[in-house]
Design a protein around this ligand. Structure first.
Ligand code: NAD
Ligand code: WQD
Length: 355
């Protein structure tokens, strides 16, 4: 059966201590994959993995390793025989990437090339790559399909995603033993239903929902709504928010797809449904009972009016369907925030221990 099929399948997860990585690792463990994580912890906390271990009832092989060092990666590949790699490790702050392009190109591009060189050396030729809806730039039509024109992408972060996609397409073209699923995430939000793991951005959050959470907590006075004159339902930006646990099941589905040797395939992971900024504020107010003060501000440079996914390819070819609603996303996000006001620096509550 499915459970036994995955036993002894070693999957290397780069960036596995991070937000999407930790939720995915939990899902992989529940499907009985053997997991090895490498992460340099530059944007994550080992406490996340301690909690994943607790939820899964299994222990995790973790190696502190920076993918900008080929030797460090190689040392891990010497220890295990991997069947596939899920590659999450990257820096992801769009605004910071425009201020510090070299840092982003070095970390994301050099890091990925190092990883690919080590995979090639050890004959590991299956990969699931964390791409992003950002590769579409400003989509000509929405919901956007995988076959849509890619780019132009205006920020260095997004360019690293596009470049790595190109590298992987070229590699699959050159060597038919390589198989890659490029997963283009739309806007990941939410947290595990236990409230034990979730997203903990350092400093002032860039993304909408983490920012709203800080406002509800009283750590920030109000939300700035970036633009109210877009051609959308209420003038504010529309996005396709996807629950992080639905993304997690998408990775398991992608691993299954790799067994069928698909070469290089891209899949949108989104719900297909868009929500405006004002609709998100309303949902969060309803779920939390809090009032969320906001002010209309200028458009944020680089933002598009609408970005939603046509995910029918993933529905059909991966048999993947998101199941969580916007209320689930808001409730789970808020449960995590309430129970862990300081993220992973918060002590686990006794009620959490019991759950
Ligand atoms: P995250 O920052 O929580 O996780 C990334 C992890 O990679 C962190 O644990 C970090 O410590 C690690 N890392 C970074 N550079 C590293 C290096 N040089 N060596 C080893 N580890 C390193 O981010 P996330 O939200 O979980 O994103 C995971 C992936 O998904 C990233 O590739 C990101 O670009 C992509 N993505 C994220 C979003 C989003 O909105 N969260 C959307 C689309 C795509
Ligand atoms: C959502 C909406 C904002 C903050 C980013 C990256 C993308 C991907 C996902 C990695 C927009 C509005 C936001 C605020 C606001 N990441 N907003 N006030 O920009 O769709 O996507 O994260 O790959 O590449 O660009 O997400 O959460 O920043 O914004 O009004 O304080 O909320 O204008 O309409 P975005 P976001």
């Amino acid at each position: 059966n499915y459970y036994d099929v995955n036993r002894n399948k070693y999957v290397l997860v780069t960036g596995g201590a991070g937000y999407i990585g930790s939720h995915t690792v939990l899902e992989l463990l529940s499907c009985n994959y053997e997991i090895v994580i490498i992460d340099n912890l530059c944007n994550s906390n080992l406490e996340a993995l301690r909690r994943v271990e607790k939820l899964a009832g299994r222990s995790i092989n973790f190696h502190k390793c920076d993918i900008t060092s080929e030797q460090e990666i190689d040392a891990v590949f010497e220890k295990y025989t991997f069947w596939a790699v899920i590659h999450f490790a990257a820096l992801k702050a769009v605004g910071e990437s425009t201020r510090l392009p070299i840092k982003y190109y070095h970390n994301n591009l050099t890091g990925s090339l190092n990883l690919l060189r080590v995979m090639e050396k050890h004959g590991v030729k299956n990969m699931v790559f964390s791409s992003s809806a950002t590769v579409y730039g400003e989509p000509e039509t929405t919901p956007v399909r995988e076959s849509a024109r890619l780019g132009p992408v205006t920020n260095p972060y997004g360019k690293t995603k596009l470049f790595i996609e190109e590298v992987l397409r070229d590699q699959c073209e050159a060597d038919s033993d390589w198989n890659v699923c490029l997963l283009r995430y739309f806007n990941p939000v939410g947290a595990h239903i236990s409230g034990l793991i979730g997203e903990h951005p350092q400093g002032v959050p860039n993304n909408l929902l983490p920012y709203v959470n800080k406002v509800i907590q009283g750590h920030l006075p109000y939300l700035q709504v970036f633009g109210s004159d877009y051609d959308t339902i209420d003038g504010t930006g529309v996005r396709d928010y996807i629950h992080v646990c639905d993304l997690a099941t998408g990775h398991v589905a992608a691993l299954k797809k790799l067994e069928k040797k698909p070469r290089c395939v891209a899949y949108n992971l989104g719900t297909g449904v868009g929500y405006s900024v004002l609709q998100i504020i309303k949902s969060m107010e309803r779920v939390t009972g809090a009032h969320i003060p906001y002010k209309i501000a200028d458009r944020r440079p680089g933002d598009v009016a609408t970005c939603t996914a046509d995910a029918t390819l993933a529905n059909r070819e991966l048999e993947w369907y998101p199941t969580r609603t916007m209320d689930d996303m808001c409730e789970d996000m808020w449960r995590w925030t309430r129970r862990n006001p300081n993220g992973y620096d918060s002590p686990m509550l006794e009620s959490d221990e019991e759950s």
